[in-house]
Design a protein around this ligand. Structure first.
Ligand code: ADP
Ligand code: ZN
Length: 740
């Protein structure tokens, strides 16, 4: 037995607890543990903080006369107000993870804790339901009627019902139930608010694996329960990676451990959940931002109690208080959605590996287009690479060809080249579906006045307003500013001169509908109203063949199996390459490989057509040839030469303020005060790519250091030297930024 302080030996009563609170403060606060109250490290408690009461977690305990309370005698400290005894204390591994993530991201530990305590409702058990069952005294009704008979039959197997549930099950009015209760035939009973969950069955329906899948899954299964190790399943789109990691999930279940499968939020389709159900007989618990409050509380509690065995969730599921986690899978590990950009800028993929390391279990990363980071980790032997070079169904990979828009482009004012139009026609007449991919929401990215040159710009950001024609509005995709679509130019008053420049998905859909008036065209982008349920419905419509042409943004690029999808046309393959970010090539390759990978996944016969003005670009060539190795090798060599991740370490500092001069001024001070350390290179300040967002001007600095330098320590000493920002200036630090 270990004691309150993590040591074995004598236990002294703790009178002072250091409590971490979910606020942006660097440290835990001291509180007095009132006599008769017992807490231990990890206990969840409510304490006063200024005029408020907040919920936090005990981070450590001080025995009577301990020193960590500083000079404050325990009697001068405020009391812990309440201990949540229904919630299990956060275990040591989870507390270590919180500290680790805070230390790595330079975020306040309290802000990381906030991600753990995300469900306050979960801390108290739901009150039991009032129910009824057959009286234990065995009293029989004085007079039997058919209705009473039915009630008794329903209750024969001894289970309890709520009163209304019983009346419903027996098909009688509630007065029949009330009458039996009044006569003592029935008695009141407390029913659990949440009936016990059925457990996933690891042996419900094991698949017939291909030899490549069998080899990969055997390695994974052997690793479960054998400590920490990271695997990278590197398998082409449709190679059956899911079946492979499901075998590892099954093994974790057999060993009595819980499992977590992370997937990018957008891929949380009913199709994925049903696939889990087919394999394991029950649906997994879901965790993502759209889960209703009560369900969220139930999952949180179930994870902590061990009732929930498998969670499928978005990145924040990584901070759930699992009782006996034995495996984490990160599907589509390259996906940018794993990086959170707000107060705790963490990458869930990397922190999943950290959680596995802390709690000594295997972590499985899977992707058809692994990140450069994970590839290098596999090349250097830190991760075990498992390759699936072929599609599981035996279907060949789609044939990708290029449409050189400089020669074979469409007429002015159109966006689909003749070759692509022809291919769509062929696909439709062959009974297949076509996907037209353009990673741009709305109708047109810019509205321009032909008479005076006026452009419609966001008042808060340095971007154009995007026209959403279906909704009749102009909208800013950065701050949410909206205004009605104009009928005249506000600068010159001309009513005939406004033109939409460039295409978004709505405009492509319009062109497709004009070209193929008999076909059913469906637009899918994050503008879809109705939340995840609506998205799932639309996905099902596509799966079931209820659409002929799908026009979509990256929302349709990932994770879905559309059995009838034969053709993928990329409307503008150069779109992502245009920005100056060194990661642009990698990201564009990943996105386009994923989206073209939707073609012909089941029956084969898939085709991809890329419209491009830069057919010689390495990304386009890698996609067209199907040989990504040369592309990745060149990317990796370039990163190595430049000392960029994963060969060097990187942090971005973003200074913003409502006043441009103030932001720039402070950013220059930050640069001047950088620590003089060998190996540390500071670039900038430079105006950020998006210079104005939500009314704040932004400047960026980049700090680069070799791998062996403790970048976090340098950053900490740097920040400590900076003057406190004033006048609305804000400084944000982003370790491992997504864009360089
Ligand atoms: P990935 O995640 O690698 O892109 P999936 O796991 O989604 O691929 O599998 C692609 C398709 O192949 C799915 O429809 C799946 O049901 C099917 N599949 C997977 N493994 C097998 C197998 N061993 N035999 C037949 N079909 C399989
Ligand atoms: Zn804006």
């Amino acid at each position: 037995m270990s004691d309150l302080f993590g040591n074995t030996g004598e236990v002294r009563p703790a009178t002072v607890a250091r409590v971490l609170l979910p606020v942006a403060i660097g440290m835990a606060y001291s509180y007095r543990v009132p006599p008769g109250v017992s807490v231990r490290p990890g206990s969840i408690v409510r304490v006063p903080l200024g005029p408020r009461e907040v919920v936090g977690a005990v981070w450590s305990l001080e025995p009577e006369g301990g020193s960590a309370a500083g000079n404050l005698a325990p009697s001068r400290l405020k009391n812990i107000l309440h201990v949540y005894d229904d919630a299990p204390p956060l275990d040591e591994d989870l507390r270590t993870l919180v500290d680790w993530v805070a230390n790595w991201t330079l975020a306040a530990p309290g802000m990381v804790l906030r991600m753990v305590l995300r469900s306050e409702e979960a801390l108290e058990s739901e009150p039991p339901l009032a129910g009824v069952r057959l009286s234990s005294s065995g009293t029989r009704p004085e007079r039997m009627t058919p209705a009473r008979q039915r009630v008794l039959e329903v209750l024969q197997d001894g289970t309890g019902f709520t009163r209304s549930g019983l009346a419903h099950a027996a098909g009688v009015s509630s007065s029949v139930v009330e009458g039996l209760l009044a006569h003592g035939v029935l008695e009141s009973v407390e029913l659990p608010a949440v009936p016990p969950l059925p457990r996933p069955d690891p042996d419900w329906s094991p698949p017939q694996l291909t030899p490549a899948q069998a080899r990969a899954s055997k390695e994974l299964v052997a690793a479960v329960g054998q400590g920490f190790r990271t695997f990278l399943i590197d398998g082409v789109t449709g190679s059956g990676k899911t079946e492979v990691y499901f075998e590892a999930v099954a093994e974790a279940l057999r060993q009595g451990r819980q499992a977590l499968v992370l997937i990018p939020e957008i891929a949380l389709t009913s199709a994925f959940l049903q696939r889990f159900e087919r394999r394991f007989a029950v649906l997994p618990a879901e965790w993502h931002s759209e889960i209703a409050t009560r369900q969220r509380a139930r999952v949180w509690r179930g994870v902590a109690s061990g009732d929930v065995r498998v969670v499928v969730g978005a990145r924040s599921a990584l901070f759930l208080p699992f009782r006996e986690l034995g495996l984490v899978v990160v599907d589509e590990e390259h996906d940018g959605a794993y990086k959170q950009d707000d107060r705790v800028p963490y990458n869930a993929r990397d922190m999943a590996v950290v959680r596995g390391h802390i709690s000594r279990f295997p972590v499985v990363l899977a992707s058809a287009t692994p990140s450069v980071e994970s590839r290098v980790n596999a090349d250097q032997g830190r991760y075990v690479r498992l390759e699936l070079p072929e599609r599981a169904t035996g279907a060949p990979m789609p044939e990708i060809s290029i449409i050189d828009m400089r020669q074979d482009g469409p007429e002015r004012g159109q966006w689909l080249a003749p070759t692509l139009r022809h291919a769509i026609g062929e696909t439709l007449s062959g009974g297949g579906q076509a996907l037209l991919f353009l990673n741009r929401r709305g109708y047109a990215p810019l509205t321009l006045c032909r008479s005076c040159g006026h452009r419609f710009q966001c008042p808060n950001c340095s971007t154009w307003l995007v026209e959403h024609r279906f909704r009749g509005r102009l909208s800013c995709h950065h701050c949410g500013h909206e205004e009605p679509s104009p009928d005249h130019c506000p600068a010159c008053g001309d009513t005939q001169s406004l033109v939409a420049c460039g295409p978004g998905v709505e405009r492509i859909a319009e062109e497709a509908a004009d070209l193929f008036p008999q076909s059913r065209v469906l637009v899918l982008s994050s503008d879809l109203q109705g939340g995840p349920d609506r998205l799932r419905r639309e996905m099902r419509i596509i799966e079931e063949g209820g659409a002929d042409i799908v026009v979509g943004t990256q929302l349709v690029a990932k994770g879905h199996n559309f059995p009838l999808m034969r053709l993928v046309g990329v409307v503008d393959a150069d779109l992502g390459l245009a920005n100056g970010d060194p990661r642009a090539a990698e990201r564009t390759f990943q996105l386009l490989a994923q989206v073209t990978g939707r073609a012909g996944r089941i029956g084969g016969g898939g085709r991809g057509l890329l419209q491009t003005y830069a057919p010689e670009h390495p990304v386009i060539r890698a996609l067209a040839s199907g040989d990504s190795t040369a592309f990745y090798e060149a990317e990796i060599a370039a990163r190595k030469a430049a000392g960029l991740p994963p060969f060097g370490r990187l942090a971005a500092l973003i200074v913003s303020a409502p006043d441009r001069a103030r932001a720039q001024d402070y950013a220059r001070q930050v640069a001047r005060l950088s620590p003089a350390s060998p190996g540390l290179t500071v670039l900038g300040p430079a105006e950020a790519a998006l210079a104005l967002v939500r009314g704040r001007y932004r400047f960026r600095l980049l700090a680069m250091a070799p791998r062996n330098v403790d970048l976090q320590a340098l950053m900490r000493s740097w920040i400590a030297r900076l003057p406190k920002p004033t006048g609305g200036v804000r400084l944000q630090v982003d370790i491992d930024p997504q864009s360089f």
